[in-house]
Design a protein around this ligand. Structure first.
Ligand code: GLU
Length: 512
């Protein structure tokens, strides 16, 4: 007998940006669907009219796509269970409520906010759990209908039967709540708006969801949802509640731990492959190994819900950076160029449009990236690393006392003067080989060697006493200076002429 297809859903509320926790939920659902050859749905839970915004829905969709996820049914991919936005399904919820009221599985509750407050006060005085007393559950059908017909406002509550509420959770095993710890939950508010627990259950059942995979912040909602499934006589899905994600201080991950939204990681130049790989490992591990790098396809092949751990996962930015370095190395030069370009064009160093800049500039820029990529965790750190190509400022360099001491020492002055002289007597662009020969000549002439020789030269070329090898740097400087860029890259010769050894002399390359 063919087994039924698995169907899972990601059901975000469009009340803010997509964060690490929800993105992991979306990813696990997607991986599970792809692994089992099932279907993945996107459903927008926008019944909280005050907090839901269409722009957040658009941003959520953009972030999910950027992560590389796709869905078989959703607001933009309508399927047999449309609509996929809860605000467009209110008619379905109303009919369901009629049915429950008819069948006596739900009842109208006329208690006012004051009545309920008074109940709460009394139970706290008696030091009892705050449960709804069920006054309105005891009204007769006639009483209830008469009061409703007279226009008295009411909410609708589910009549929870007195039997334990049990469900199986793939991550946590069997879970049981006694019905006396669960008040008859409100299904529809006095305003007529249905509540989350109610609509999520109706939609999951009608959309034939087989596995509900979500964050464990919803664990305490599940018994209420189980009671709703029972009231309608629907089969329960399987549940899988994913552990909480913690910050390094083991508190729940939040904004105060730094970036947590997917869009902020994208802006930082974290590659989507790195983020999905990282999120997958945040609570899951592949069978039998220590393997840590997986493409999305590989994850889909390996992913099993049974291997999701119930213990909380700790967000580790270093590991994310490690994976990002791995995927930056794997990425093609074209992809890296496209991703890194805006960071340089925004600073006015490169033209806006890479194609209009021409193949010469593009090819040169790819070499710039290749030189500094090993020194960064994220693409947004590249402009700062490669800045010395465009900005060479003796005043700025001298702010570092170590730089100033190196430049002002006798050795430093001699080295700079000798190198200037040898460059003045040379003609044309300086190749890496000829630069090396000049440095050797300076060494022979001055007798200065090692750090005392190389550091002042490096400062005069880049403004800093450490950085990439001269062999790679010199050609990039020289070729960059011959390109037509919005901000000039000073040549080796221009750099040497900037007055390094005259204390206090300040001259910015950008002013030239
Ligand atoms: N809209 C709910 C949320 O964003 C979905 C919960 C669920 O998956 O059941 O938390």
């Amino acid at each position: 007998m063919p087994t039924a297809k698995t169907r899972v859903r990601f059901a975000p509320s469009p009340t803010g940006l997509l964060h690490v926790g929800n993105a992991r939920t979306a990813l696990y659902n997607w991986l599970f669907a792809r692994h089992t050859g099932g279907e993945f749905l996107l459903r927008i839970e926008d019944t909280d009219v005050e907090r839901s915004e269409a722009r957040y829905e658009a941003l959520l969709i953009e972030d999910l796509r950027w992560l590389g996820l796709d869905w078989d049914e959703g607001p933009e991919a309508p399927g047999p269970h449309a609509p996929y936005r809860q605000s467009e399904r209110l008619g379905i919820y109303r009919e369901s409520t009629e049915r429950l009221l008819q069948e006596g599985k739900a009842y109208r509750c006329f208690c006012t906010a004051e009545d309920l407050e008074e109940e709460r006060r009394q139970s706290s005085e008696r030091q009892e759990a705050q449960m709804y007393s069920g006054v309105c559950r005891r009204l007769s059908r006639e009483q209830s209908e008469r009061r409703a017909a007279a226009g008295e406002p009411y909410a609708v509550r589910l009549a929870i039967p007195e039997e334990p509420l049990r469900f199986h959770d793939i991550v946590r095993g069997d879970v049981e709540f006694s019905s006396d710890t669960v008040s008859d939950p409100i299904l529809v508010r006095t305003s007529g708006m249905p509540v989350y627990n109610y609509v999520v259950t109706i939609d999951d059942a009608l959309m034939e969801i087989t596995h509900v995979i979500r964050g464990d912040d919803h664990l305490s909602n599940t018994p209420k949802q189980v009671a709703i499934y029972r009231a309608f006589g629907w089969k329960l899905p399987e549940f899988a509640h994913l552990s909480t994600i913690l910050g390094p201080d083991r508190e729940r991950l939040s904004k105060r731990h730094g970036a947590t939204s997917i869009s902020s990681f994208r802006e930082m130049g974290i590659l989507p492959e790195a983020l999905t790989n990282y999120l997958a490992l945040l609570g899951w591990g592949a069978e039998g190994g220590k393997r840590e790098t997986f493409t999305l396809d590989e994850l889909a092949r390996e992913f099993k819900l049974e291997r999701v751990t119930p213990s909380p996962a700790v967000f580790d930015a270093d590991k994310l950076h490690w994976l990002n370095r791995h995927y930056m190395k794997e990425a093609s030069p074209e992809v890296l160029e496209a991703l890194a370009w805006p960071g340089f064009s925004q600073r006015g160093w490169l033209p806006q449009d890479p194609t209009a800049a021409g193949p010469g500039v593009q090819e040169w820029f790819r070499r710039v990236l290749a030189l500094w990529l090993p020194a960064v965790d994220r693409l947004d750190q590249l402009p700062q690393k490669a800045a010395p190509l465009w900005i060479c400022d003796p005043g700025e360099a001298r702010r570092d006392p170590e730089n100033a001491a190196l430049l002002d020492s006798d050795a430093g002055r001699q080295v700079i003067a000798a190198l200037r002289k040898s460059i003045e007597t040379s003609a044309g662009a300086i190749a890496a080989e000829s630069f090396k020969a000049m440095v050797n000549q300076v060494k022979a002439e001055t007798g200065v060697k090692g750090k005392e020789l190389f550091h002042p030269i490096r400062i005069a070329l880049t403004g800093a006493h450490s950085g990439p090898e001269f062999d790679k740097l010199i050609p990039l400087i020289e070729e960059g200076s011959s390109l037509r860029l919005p901000s000039h890259v000073p040549s080796v010769r221009e750099r040497l002429e900037m007055g390094w050894t005259a204390p206090g002399a300040v001259r910015s390359a950008e002013a030239t």
